[in-house]
Design a protein around this ligand. Structure first.
Ligand code: FAD
Length: 501
């Protein structure tokens, strides 16, 4: 049995994906059963964007036992309660996609039905008044979820904004302490077993040879192993997600950073603003079919939050995914496995989703095809559900008449999304499979934000007198406003958690 065990794992790439994978493998491999070697090239560097996360990041940080205060200090992180979408329905329109839940602590999905029923009867108060994360974010306040499930504060949820380079460096230090070996060098030669096709060794430009049983391709958009050697194939999704370029520019920090990402729609794409402790990340994502790089750069520079600290950096990408992320003894994690686009900050989540699946399906040296097949199936479903959520933002944009948005409004959307929209407008329900990343609150926020409206609610609610429902909603609204007002400012909370420098 023991000669079937993996003895050497090689990670190619030291960006966020590479070091997250290394940190996770180092953590679960104690006492060490196999060696972990990571190769990265200083000359190539990392993509260096990817600074906003979603709440699933807590799973990963817990897995690798990151101390929150140290993590916040070392990565210059801020808290994130959600994303504000500005201009997605034209003009000064705004809506918020909050983390956490809507309604009171015991409401669950019934809150949506209570609120839909009330609004169909003319109730004037918006659903955003029932999300503590939205109320806190709009007042630049912050608080973590309360552990007491009966507390209104238990409905909060949060993630972080952080400096991607500092996060990778933080994970690198921890991984090296736990025994991960790092090799700096540019891989120039990849060898395969002539019989099995398995990758056997990598050689760097310095002639250093690294052998392995299992290779994790974290080489970013280059996808050196999964595409360059395994020819996995790429499924292009640019007909649904048309943006293919980004310009990123770091800016000076702004006073009192807000606890949310802002995504502002422009004529040919959208712009992000991510506030960190030491600077503000700004960038524009656009479709080269609808705008030139100069036009995008001047729009970005005219709309910066904070003074630019560098010239904008151009990043080209193609939306879509690798047809198979695991082929033979190569597993792609991170941008090598595909890229959707950064609108809902889902890439780091997909990295950890890949890591979680790799850990639960950790193979023997023969890497059975069935194991790879299972990985590809579950990981593929995860990526598709994220894709559909992103497409919703584009396809349902209203009140914008520019060519990009007209194209998006006219495009045929994936069937799963179409089903979700139909079901929601007809019944007020959101159809979800058990393992979909975005849950009811997220879909509800974006569907409502993009102008979809439910025309009915759960009929069982009719057993409750209408005025009782209204009284409940009015009482809850007041309680939520009061609760939000008691939270400290974002900056104050940040300082409190980080403690003295
Ligand atoms: P990279 O960072 O590109 O790392 C690749 C590594 O491979 C590097 O270490 C490189 O040196 C190494 N390498 C490559 N070739 C060789 C070779 N021949 N030899 C040796 N080493 C090699 N994600 C989010 O979750 N939130 C966001 O807000 C977000 N915003 C984004 C905005 C934009 C515009 C883009 C394009 C992406 C964004 N992402 C975001 C995605 C996020 O940046 C990536 O998922 C994340 O950085 C992981 O990248 P990576 O490690 O796969 O690749």
């Amino acid at each position: 049995m023991s000669d079937r065990r993996i003895r050497k794992v090689v990670i190619l790439g030291g960006g966020t994906a590479g070091w997250m994978t290394a940190a996770a493998l180092a953590k679960v491999n104690t006492p060490p059963q196999f060696e972990v070697t990571l190769i990265e090239s200083d000359e190539i560097g990392i993509i260096g964007v990817g600074e906003a996360t979603i709440p699933t990041i807590h799973w990963f940080n817990r897995l690798v036992e990151l101390d929150e205060a140290q993590f916040l200090r070392e990565t210059k992180a801020t808290f994130k309660l959600g994303i504000e979408f500005a201009g997605w329905n034209g003009g000064n329109s705004r809506y918020f996609h909050p983390f956490g839940r809507y309604g009171g602590p015991a409401d669950a999905q019934m809150f949506f039905h209570r609120w839909i029923r009330a609004t169909l009867g003319g109730f004037p108060h918006g659903h955003q008044d029932y999300s503590l994360a939205t109320l806190a974010a709009m007042a630049n306040k912050f608080g973590p979820p309360a552990p007491d499930p009966n507390s209104l504060f238990s409905t909060l949820g949060y993630a972080y904004h952080f400096d991607a380079g500092l996060y990778a460096a933080h994970l690198r230090r921890r991984s090296e302490v736990l025994g991960v070996k790092r090799i700096e060098g540019k891989v120039e030669r990849i060898e395969q077993d002539p019989e099995t096709g398995f990758v056997t060794r990598l050689t760097t430009h310095r002639g250093e040879v690294v052998e392995g049983d299992l290779f994790i391709d974290c080489s970013g958009l280059r996808a050196l192993l999964i595409e360059g050697v395994m020819n996995s194939g790429f499924e292009d999704w640019s007909h649904w997600l048309p943006c293919d370029r980004a310009l990123a520019v770091p800016c000076e920090r702004v006073p009192d950073p807000v606890p949310y990402t802002r995504a502002t729609a422009h004529a040919f794409g959208w712009q992000w603003r991510i506030p960190l402790q030491h600077r503000t990340g700004n960038g524009i994502v656009y479709s080269s079919r609808f705008a030139g790089d100069d036009e995008a750069a001047s729009t970005l520079m005219a709309n910066l939050d904070g003074k630019a600290l560098a010239d904008p950096r151009l990043i080209r990408f193609q939306t879509g995914r690798r047809r198979r992320s695991w082929v033979k003894n190569v597993v792609a994690i991170g941008l090598s496995s595909g890229f959707l686009e950064p609108l809902e900050s889902t890439s780091i989540h997909l990295i950890q989703s890949g890591i979680a699946k790799l850990l639960s399906l950790f193979p023997t040296r023969d890497c059975p095809e069935e194991t790879a097949g299972q990985f590809n199936q579950v990981y593929g479903a995860d990526v598709e559900s994220v894709r559909d959520f992103l497409v919703l933002h584009y396809s349902r944009t209203q009140g914008r008449d520019e060519p990009l948005w007209r194209h998006c409004q006219a495009m045929a959307v994936p069937e799963g999304l179409s089903l979700k929209e139909r079901h929601f407008t007809r019944t007020g329900r959101i159809v979800l499979s058990t393992d979909e990343l975005f849950r009811e609150a997220s879909w509800f926020a974006v569907m409502m934000g993009q102008g979809l409206r439910a025309t009915d609610y759960n009929p069982l609610l009719d057993t409750m007198p209408a005025d009782e429902n209204l009284a409940y909603l009015l009482r809850l609204r007041e309680q939520m406003a009061k609760a939000a007002a008691t939270l400290p400012s974002h900056e104050e909370y940040l300082r409190r958690v980080m403690g003295p420098a």
